[in-house]
Design a protein around this ligand. Structure first.
Ligand code: T4K
Length: 370
């Protein structure tokens, strides 16, 4: 049981930047009196993210969910969108919220991303787009997905909520597809508290999304050429992002060291998803796959006993949502029942990692004896 003396180890914890650096930004905000509406810090954050990741257009918004909605809206989608059942609920709910129909294609059993071969089996004349998630920041089969898009004239959106800082074949993973979306939620590697971004290479699309995130306004005389919404990021969120961005390379390096320590103890005992060759990972998550759901529950209970709280990201599969149609996705069903994300954040120290590993290994041994 949790004792008040034993600090809880949760699945993640934001590495808060130096408070003085945030206060410095706040002073500037106080002097200017501009709290929102595309202020100087939002503009600076966009430039800094573009430079850091090597992107053409990056439009910051108020959440990763609204980034997905803007992507669907900007591409004028209103029909079937083929998507992954193995993701966070926002991937599916954004599709349904925008009046489109989520159609599920099962995942690859190694990368856990949507399987291009399965996409082909659910394609119909109503399919307009593919919305695939780089789950945990693991790249999707971007080439095969692009081939399908060209062959069937489909748009491609990547939910890249987990993929900040991931490079694939020597460039940002965000450069693939028509649009990629990011989440800057507090639980993410790079965060602004709440926030997100829409990334694309197309000038017209970028201009459209820029207007759409601001009610569709076109210029200071408030002319509205098309429908928009309020998806703006505030200066307070952008200020936090600017502070966090300065430490993001260090954060990735620290997380890499933590993952190596987990690997050293757990490799051979637990299965891990497979990273596609050519990936420079961001170490956003540490998912492990158990032999069965019962084994997962046994290990999770043992961790909870010592106040360690891993998370079942992502269970159950999205194809079980009440507001979507029925699609057989046996691999996603199977994996989502057996996968658990172990705690991973910069502050986690060696002693804590070793303790987590020894509890996991002991629980696995006990379970196999039962
Ligand atoms: N697409 C994908 C693939 C996504 O994963 C997400 C979001 C989205 C789209 C949508 O993006 P946003 O609209 O959210 O920007 C979290 C987040 O709320 C969500 O952003 C995230 N994915 C999802 C995977 O996880 P929970 O249910 O895990 O949050 P919570 O509050 O249980 O936090 C987890 C742990 O983090 C807690 O045990 C403690 C720690 N924590 C959390 C917060 C919020 C902190 O230490 N400080 C904090 O401020 O949902």
């Amino acid at each position: 049981m949790h004792s008040p003396k034993q600090p809880r180890i949760l699945v993640t914890k934001p590495a808060l930047p130096d408070m003085d650096s945030y206060i410095d930004y706040l002073r500037g905000i106080w002097e200017r009196g501009q709290l929102t509406n595309n202020g100087p810090l939002v503009k600076e954050l966009e430039i800094r993210i573009k430079d850091y990741l090597g992107l053409k257009h990056c439009l910051v918004v108020s959440s990763g969910t609204i980034a997905l909605q803007l992507a669907l809206k900007a591409l004028e989608l209103d029909g079937d969108v083929i998507t992954t059942p193995f993701s966070f609920v926002a991937t599916s709910s954004a599709i349904a919220w925008e009046g489109c129909r989520p159609v599920f294609a099962d995942i690859e059993n190694d990368t856990l991303c949507i399987d291009p071969d399965r996409i082909e089996t659910v394609l119909t004349e109503h399919t307009q787009a593919i919305l695939a998630t780089h789950i945990y920041g693991y790249p999707c089969a971007v080439d095969s997905i692009q081939d399908l898009a060209v062959k069937h004239q489909l748009k491609v959106i990547y939910d890249a909520a987990h993929a900040f800082g991931v490079n694939y074949r020597n460039q940002s993973l965000l450069n693939f597809g028509d649009i990629s979306t990011l989440s800057f939620h507090a639980t993410k590697l790079f965060y602004t508290g709440e926030g997100g971004a829409v990334v694309c290479n197309d000038d017209y699309l970028a201009e459209r999304i820029r207007r759409m995130r601001d009610f569709g306004i076109n210029g200071p005389e408030a002319f509205y050429p098309e429908i928009g919404i309020n998806a703006k990021m505030s200066e307070l969120h952008a200020a936090l992002g600017l502070c966090v961005l300065s430490g993001v390379s260090e954060a990735i390096a620290r997380r890499k060291a933590i993952c190596s320590r987990y690997d050293a103890a757990l490799t051979g005992r637990l299965v891990r998803p497979v990273l596609r060759e050519g990936t420079e990972y961001n170490y956003a998550y540490y998912p492990v796959i158990f032999a069965s759901q019962a084994e997962l529950q046994h290990v999770r209970d043992a961790l909870n006993e010592v106040s360690v709280y891993p998370r079942r990201y992502f269970y159950p599969p999205l194809s079980r949502l009440d507001y979507v149609g029925q699609y057989p996705v046996p691999l996603a069903e199977d994996i989502s029942a057996r996968i658990l994300c172990l705690p991973l954040y910069e502050e986690l120290d060696e002693e804590q990692i070793d303790m987590i590993c020894s509890v996991v290994l002991r629980a696995l041994n006990n379970y196999s004896k039962e």
